[in-house]
Design a protein around this ligand. Structure first.
Ligand code: DNO
Length: 659
């Protein structure tokens, strides 16, 4: 993640110097002095940008460019505001600022009933008490129809609270709810709020949605052209409030927006704390489903009292939101994109350290400092907590379809990897590709798995660079048409050259040697370097080893010898602390089997491809990433007592007889 921090500009009590010292690289800010709806001039953007740069950071995300109420209402004159918005985006893009957070919540940006809810340690957090919010709506705002929103039980509780509350307590709740939280209009009175609500009388849920989608479709082409990514902030809390429509609260809402506005640049701020304000939301599922549209992240946690009452957690890691899994997903998504995403610790408790100064509600220094440190620690632990961290791996055939994915995964878990390929330029190109994703701990080398001298030269180069070798993946191998027998079965009318009797012995030997000797020889060469400290070898078998597949006679036989050899070598090397295991991938589309599984159009299954799917209980081909967890397991200390096994990763193919 890129470590972000919201800064409210010059009026912020927290200085850029303090923010920098929190470890932040990316400042999230806005031209707060510009009124909602105005165009942000390039000069002012540049001045703010220069200020941030002078403090050693970059202004990379805007939070927010607010959307004028008349755009939400599609009230007369809204076109001017849409055009102004577009112009602001152009001006921001001209300055290189290309991620924009905003929201489409009517009137209130976000709502809490109490801004100083005390935790047992004396620090305070923001609280949303549904009873008080209902009491405010029913008895202070006296909104017609409010009872229907809450139902009898909550209405009764609200009445009991209201009757028992002192005037001061009632005022405090009203003030909390109407206070101009950052991003909202200035502090509201109950009367002023009633007026604004009247403006929304005719705007129902469907209309507000239509207005949002129309706005987004109007700006999307500009965004696409400029490379600007829009990150809508979910409703906070994500549930109906004061009869106002809420259209960005749930996975279904996000899905609908994504369908109505089919541009990936129109995405989401994944605000986990906001989404967490609805018990039914599954933040992890939401991130998983919309990962490609997440352009900005707010990490925060919440804790529930009874019903819908919740307060912000004093800790960013624990609470309703499953932060470790979300961080894992973030790392995966960053890996998929090959670029980091800006994350800011959202809100934080108010601690002693900030008591002397006026911070925006939720935006303390100490609380966010702790939050950022927690998130940073979680990320660091996920990356470096693996016992593959720092291990030196050798992968033969590293640039191949499956091995390249395993290699990238090992690098992301902190390993250093020597990338071996028959062709040095292929290995170097792969290393460059990885480096572009920030994975630079590689050493590309040309080596032929059938040539001892070239393997020994590679080993020397690796030892010279890293001083040790811990892991070997014998990835080179695969099938070749010349070791294949075209007819599945011998029948009286089959052309003899298509059957076993036409099998080309040279082709057979080629495939057999490549797979079998191509595993044996590198094991011999690289395991030598493991004799001192122990290590792990991983061979690549196939389900064809156990269940020979028709046609691929040479391949099936070669893989069967790999299974056998895996057990033999495991036994032989066990006293030296070297473990030897194998994986048996089921059907994945690779360069070597594509011609057997897919028609030349690359999509339609061949009859053989259809047969494979029919015999795979999970009814699909594997994705290369499906191998990574098993590979990491077999190579890690978690498998310290596991040697000589062949682990199928095949969607159930081997388990199923086909009948
Ligand atoms: C609250 C913030 C929101 C957010 C806006 C974006 O702390 O997350 O105020 O900045 O909704 O427009």
């Amino acid at each position: 993640m890129k470590q972000g921090w919201r800064w409210f500009g010059t009026q912020d009590a927290i200085s850029l110097r303090e923010i920098r010292q929190a470890g932040v690289t990316d400042v999230v800010t806005a031209l707060y002095e510009r009124k909602c709806g105005e165009v942000w001039p390039v000069g002012e953007i540049r001045a703010r940008q220069a200020e941030v740069r002078a403090a050693g950071m970059e202004w990379s995300v805007v939070e927010s460019v607010p959307v004028h109420e008349s755009v939400k209402l599609r009230a007369p004159g809204f076109e001017t505001y849409v055009e102004n918005y577009r112009q602001t985006l152009r001006n921001l893009a001209e300055c290189g600022i290309k991620v924009v957070c905003y929201n489409f919540m009517p009137i209130l940006d976000w709502t809490r009933s109490q801004l100083d809810y005390p935790l047992p340690d004396g620090s305070t957090v923001l609280n949303f008490d549904e009873t008080q919010v209902a009491a405010f709506d029913l008895f202070m705002l006296r909104r017609p129809g409010a009872e229907a929103t809450y139902g009898p039980a909550l209405c009764a509780k609200a009445k009991a609270w209201y009757d028992a509350a002192t005037p001061a307590a009632r005022d405090a709740a009203a003030k909390g709810i109407l206070l101009g939280l950052p991003g909202t209009v200035d502090d509201l009175t109950v009367e002023g709020f009633r007026d604004l609500l009247r403006g929304y009388a005719a705007i129902d849920d469907a209309t507000l949605r239509a207005n949002l989608y129309a706005f987004l479709n109007a700006i999307a082409p500009t965004c696409q052209e400029l490379g600007v990514r829009m990150a809508i902030h979910p409703d906070d809390p994500p549930r109906p409030l004061f009869g106002l429509p809420r259209i960005l609260s749930t996975a279904a809402d996000i899905r609908q927006m994504c369908q109505a506005v089919p541009y990936d640049c129109i995405g989401l701020t994944l605000c986990t704390g906001s989404l967490g304000g609805n018990r039914a939301n599954d933040e992890v599922a939401i991130f998983r489903e919309f990962a490609h549209r997440v352009h900005f992240v707010h990490f925060r946690n919440v804790v529930y009292a009874e019903g819908g009452t919740f307060h912000e957690s004093g800790c960013h890691l624990t609470g309703k939101v499953d932060m470790p899994r979300l961080m894992r997903l973030l790392l995966d998504e960053e890996a998929r994109r090959g670029e980091p995403i800006v994350v800011r610790p959202d809100h934080g408790r108010l601690m002693e350290i900030d008591k002397g100064r006026t911070c925006y509600s939720g935006y303390s220094y100490g609380g966010r400092l702790v939050g950022l440190a927690e998130l940073r620690g979680l990320e660091y632990g996920l990356i470096h907590g693996s016992d593959l961290d720092g291990k030196v791996c050798v992968v033969t055939g590293a640039a191949g379809v499956l091995c390249s994915v395993m290699t990238e995964d090992l690098l992301r878990h902190g390993a250093k990897v020597a990338l071996l390929d028959l062709h040095g330029d292929k290995a170097s190109a792969f290393a460059r590709e990885l480096a572009a994703k920030g994975l630079a701990d590689t050493l590309p080398l040309a080596a032929n798995v059938l040539d001892r001298a070239s393997l020994e030269a590679a080993r020397d180069a690796i030892l010279a660079k890293w001083g040790r070798i811990d892991i070997l993946i014998n990835g080179a191998g695969g099938n070749h048409p010349k070791g294949t027998c075209p007819a599945e079965q011998m029948t009286p009318d089959a052309k003899p050259e298509d059957t076993f009797f036409g099998l080309d012995i040279e082709g057979f030997e080629f495939v057999n040697r490549l797979n079998f000797i191509g595993t044996l020889l590198p094991s011999q060469v690289f395991a030598k370097a493991m004799l001192r400290d122990g290590g792990a070898i991983l061979n690549i078998s196939s389900m064809a080893a156990t269940q020979p597949l028709t046609k691929v006679a040479a391949y099936a036989a070669a893989k069967a010898s790999i299974d056998n050899f895996t057990r033999w070598l495991a036994t032989h090397l066990a006293p030296m602390g070297i473990r030897v295991n194998a994986i048996a991938p089921g059907f994945f589309i690779t360069n070597q089997n594509r011609f057997l599984m897919l028609e030349p159009d690359g999509k339609t299954l061949t009859p053989r491809g259809n047969k494979v799917i029919a015999k795979t209980p999970m009814r699909k081909f594997g994705q290369p990433a499906d191998l990574c967890g098993a590979v990491r397991y077999l190579l890690s200390d978690d498998a310290s007592f596991v040697t000589g096994v062949v682990l199928p990763i095949d969607g159930g193919f081997l388990a199923y007889s086909g009948v």
